[in-house]
Design a protein around this ligand. Structure first.
Ligand SMILES: C[S@@+](CC[C@H](N)C(=O)[O-])C[C@H]1O[C@@H](n2cnc3c(N)ncnc32)[C@H](O)[C@@H]1O
Length: 200
């Protein structure tokens, strides 16, 4: 395996899938998206920060098309291999970022799973705002954000990432024209927000 942007000292896409399978909070978030996200059968869904395509591949049977976008081409290659192995044909994976998702077609729903926290960790609220503005610019009916964020008082996390408060994420969604319509708290630092376009 070549070094990749996510290949922190040998951490591979396969390692990520193994760790994710063992992460109870993550699995609960993914199940919640699959069972409760407001996705219609003929929808086009963008999974931004798709990584190894876990969520994109789960959603493929629920809608017309899923477009996975990520900045890490090695992880995108791995996601494509998984789609081919499973014979999933209505999912495609391409380079695209939060700010420039690289999607030309009309989009119904944008999902961001365990991805936007990276923007906050990188540059705080300003960077998270730019990321949310980028994905909102696709003008979907709904944004589904499953992520690590604090639902209560911020807890010390040792050497781990800096996470936003849920209220910060909710306010940024509101600032880009989306209203929270569903909140699923999975733990004090993980959960799912569903936001729907306020107008237009
Ligand atoms: C923890 S992984 C989550 C992957 C996947 N969504 C999941 O649920 O397993 C976070 C992903 O976000 C991607 N990412 C980080 N910054 C990004 C950006 N600015 N634009 C798009 N993707 C980004 C990373 O490359 C990584 O694949």
């Amino acid at each position: 395996m070549n070094e990749t942007e996510n290949d922190y000292h040998g951490y591979t896409p396969m390692d990520y899938d193994e760790d994710s399978a063992a992460d109870e909070a993550y699995q609960t978030c993914v199940s919640y998206i699959v069972e409760h996200a407001p996705i219609e059968r003929d929808d086009t869904v963008v999974d931004v920060g798709t990584g190894t395509g876990i969520v994109a591949l789960e959603l493929a049977s629920k809608c017309d098309r899923v477009l996975g976008r990520d900045i890490d081409d090695e992880w995108l290659r791995y996601a494509r291999e998984k789609a081919a192995e499973r014979g999933v044909e209505n999912v495609s994976f391409d380079h695209g970022s939060f700010r420039e998702p690289n999607v030309e077609e009309a989009v119904d729903v944008v999902v961001a799973s365990y991805a936007l926290y990276m923007a906050y960790d990188e540059g705080g609220e300003g960077t998270l705002r730019a990321a949310i503005e980028g994905i909102s610019s696709l003008n979907p009916r709904h944004l589904v954000v499953a992520d690590k964020m604090f639902f209560g008082p911020p807890e010390p996390r040792g050497g781990y990432e800096t996470l936003p408060r849920m209220g910060t994420v909710a306010n940024l969604l509101a600032d880009t024209g989306f209203t929270l319509t569903d909140v699923e708290i999975v733990s004090g630092s993980a959960g799912v927000l569903v936001a729907s376009r306020t107008s237009g």
